[in-house]
Write a protein that binds this ligand. Structure first.
Ligand SMILES: *Cc1c(COP(=O)(O)O)cnc(C)c1O
Length: 711
């Protein structure tokens, strides 16, 4: 945060500090190299965190770089590009819609931007992080708000008996890529959140994501009441009242922060229902300017975008009315707002007494509503049809904008991106959402892609070994756990990856439905397979924890010959290594509960084909040649059993033979064809490039009152 962190940084390369505090470096291979070149081993030690790296490197090393002509040339070149890119307002958005001074506010509970900034739990956060990076790349005028959690999200430790322990720790934020936002007096900016009595303040931090700013609110301040300081302690507070307070801070506090920064917010994008109280804050602003509730509501509604992310009830927050009244009555009265006008907005007609439903409130109060895949759109229109009783379900106004991933973040950066640059052209990133760009992959020789993938697999297995070694060394875990963590994985055999939140509907243990059959596949002397699992269960999800325990027991079972592994602490870093290194990505949730899923996209663009149930995004992504799909037919009776059998058949008849069928050169050409088809079909269509352009076209531009100037 202060200069003190970098006492040895020479003036000549002082710009590295600014670069380290802008996550832009993380998706620019050349900028990343500026840090890597300072020392490969320290870079790894720093956990790829340049702030930590710069503060731990001895003066000699930094001095040496500052006097190395070649390094300086590279440095000057990158710093110039960096300054130009982050200060310019040019880009796709301006070229398409013209100039604007307006800002679009983007609010989310979590953001997964980089492993060095743990303020996310899973897919929703990663998606938000990718969204910000892409908004920066495209020049979308967006400012984001979230919260900083003193304890982050839980860490996962698997005990020797297979049970998940949830380890809470206070995070040291010294090396996080965050800087305090200062007020006119040079002190950290404090903003008062409405509603709270006694008053509640948040301190404001900033994360630079290219040219997009993410503002993070912290409540752990001396000025706050002791019981309120913990509001931002844990991501997703379990206690209902604490959760309500968090959502008031996120939504209402978030809008206040943007106002305090004098940003001209003209439209609002809500990532899930958690930040929806921002709508109320915007309404109140209008009322204070003299509007009636009704006219303010219509005005705010016309510029609000809401994305729903789940068809699962547990994903929707519902606050009992008495709790709502306790917090909102006085405030609404002070503004002259009729309480009923507000509370009615959150009533779900299908369950009117349950309380104030955040998703219902957001759906009613936004003009642009979307689900996150085609299939999820159909499901969401069904689920929420009660809100549009005059419409047939298929006409319910919830559209689909299928999720995507930020390609520069998720395509392996050290080996695969340079390879793509060679075969697709220097400017392949510019054309990343055009299939023509990727068609050039046909010129890539099979063996090159295959050998690169083998390297990635070796790296994955090496990292799993290293994690396991440390657990054995530091925590004296049982030998059977060491094996279950993946100590004896084999880089030569077909490796299936399965990593996601461990919860009932994701059915992580489906592949063990018929244990004898899967045991035969694992132990086949000629064509064996191994499976690597990872994923956290929510601390309150005992069913998810039992699923982990079940898998862990099988991984410890000698019958499975150390070919089942469970790797702890699934996070962005492990997600990256896994999707780069396994051979096939497995996903088999219970349809239609997977709204979209994004990890399969990450695998696909790295040439790791999907073996997945036809649900969520894969219904759109699968084309018959770029992986394998199953479980789309109507099912009578035991869905679990029939899906498992379909999976076994695909494995035995298609996937395993395809992988082991080798030519004289040792390359499985049929399998490599599927790998290439996977990259070719998925990269252009399931990138955030395509996704954010869709948001801009269908929601952002109209909400900001802009139109395509090229039409
Ligand atoms: C991508 C990602 C997810 C989301 O994956 P799903 O396919 O939606 O299960 C979750 N956690 C991490 C760490 C990720 O990188």
């Amino acid at each position: 945060m202060s200069q003190d962190l970098f006492p040895h940084l020479p003036e000549r390369i002082n710009g590295l500090k600014k670069l380290a505090y802008n996550l832009w470096w993380s998706w620019q291979p050349e900028a990343r190299n500026l840090f890597r070149l300072l020392g490969l081993y320290p870079w790894r030690e720093s956990q790829h965190n340049p702030i930590r790296l710069l503060s731990m490197l001895p003066a000699e090393v930094l001095e040496e770089a500052a006097s190395d002509e070649q390094y300086l040339q590279h440095y000057d070149h990158i710093m110039q590009r960096f300054e130009t890119e982050i200060t310019s307002s040019d880009g796709w958005f301006k070229n398409t819609y013209g100039k604007t001074t307006s800002t679009l506010a983007y609010l989310s509970f979590e953001y997964g931007l980089h492993p060095s900034l743990p303020i996310y739990a899973g897919g929703l956060g990663i998606l938000a992080g990718d969204h910000l990076k892409e908004a920066s790349d495209l020049g979308v005028p967006l400012a984001a708000v979230g919260m900083i959690y003193s304890n982050g999200y839980v860490q996962q430790r698997i005990r020797d008996d297979g049970w998940q322990d949830d380890v809470q720790m206070t995070l040291d934020r010294t090396y996080d890529p965050i800087l305090p936002v200062l007020d006119e007096q040079g002190k950290q900016l404090l903003v008062q959140v409405p509603i709270f009595d006694p008053p509640l303040f948040v301190a404001v931090w900033k994360v630079a994501v290219g040219r997009v700013n993410l503002y993070l609110m912290d409540t752990n301040l001396e000025v706050n009441q002791p019981w309120d300081r913990a509001i931002a302690q844990y991501l997703y507070a379990g206690n209902l009242e604490q959760r309500l307070k968090q959502e008031i801070v996120l939504g209402m506090g978030g809008m206040r922060v943007l106002n305090a920064l004098n940003l001209q917010v003209s439209a609002l994008h809500l990532n899930e229902g958690h930040p929806a109280f921002a709508i109320l804050e915007r309404i109140c602003e209008q009322i204070e300017k003299g509007e009636t509730f009704e006219s303010a509501f219509q005005k705010v509604r016309s510029t609000t975008i809401f994305t729903t992310h789940t068809p699962v009830a547990a994903g929707t927050d519902v606050f009992p009315f008495p709790l709502m009244e306790q917090y909102f009555d006085k405030y609404l009265a002070s503004l002259g707002v009729n309480k009923k006008n507000f509370m009615d907005l959150g009533i779900n007609p299908q369950d009117p007494n349950a309380g104030f439903n955040m998703t219902v409130f957001a759906l009613r109060s936004s003009n642009y509503r979307n689900a996150v895949s085609q299939r999820h759109g159909e499901v969401a229109r069904q689920i929420w049809s009660g809100l549009w009783q005059d419409k047939k379900p298929e006409d319910v106004p919830i559209v689909s904008i299928t999720n995507g991933i930020h390609l520069p973040t998720w395509i392996e950066i050290v080996q695969l991106q340079p390879l793509l640059r060679r075969y697709l052209g220097e400017d392949w990133m510019d054309g990343q959402d055009y299939p023509e760009t990727w068609a050039k992959l046909d010129n890539l020789p099979d063996e090159e892609l295959w050998h690169l993938h083998q390297d990635q697999k070796a790296i994955l297995i090496g990292q799993i070994d290293e994690r396991t070694r440390m657990r054995w060394h530091q925590d004296k875990v049982a030998a059977s756990s060491v094996l279950a963590f993946g100590a004896l994985l084999d880089p030569e055999i077909l490796t299936i990856g399965f990593a996601r939140r461990m919860t009932a509907y994701k059915r992580a243990d489906l592949i063990f439905y018929d244990q004898e059959r899967i045991k035969r596949m694992v132990n086949d002397p000629l064509r064996p397979i191994q499976i690597i699992f990872a994923g956290l269960a929510h601390p309150a999800d005992n069913e998810g924890k039992r699923m982990i325990q079940h898998i862990f027991h099988l991984a410890q079972d000698s019958e499975f010959a150390c070919r089942i592994a469970f790797v702890e602490n699934y996070d962005q870093e492990l997600a990256q290594t896994l999707v780069h290194g396994v051979d096939v990505w497995l996903n088999n949730p219970l349809p239609p509960l997977e709204a979209s899923g994004t990890s399969g996209m990450k695998a696909a663009v790295n040439g790791t084909p999907n073996l997945s149930i036809l649900d969520g995004w894969w219904l759109e992504g699968y084309n018959g040649e770029n992986g394998w799909g199953f479980g789309d037919g109507e099912v009578q009776g035991d869905r679990y059993g029939s899906d498992a059998v379909a999976l076994y058949q695909l494995l035995e008849e298609k996937v395993i033979p395809c992988y082991y069928e080798r030519s004289d050169d040792g390359v499985p050409h049929d399998f490599v064809r599927v790998m290439k088809n996977s990259i070719k079909a998925i990269a252009p269509a399931f990138s955030t490039r395509r996704m954010v352009k869709e948001y801009a076209q269908c929601c952002y531009a109209p909400a900001l009152g802009m139109a395509n100037i090229n039409l």
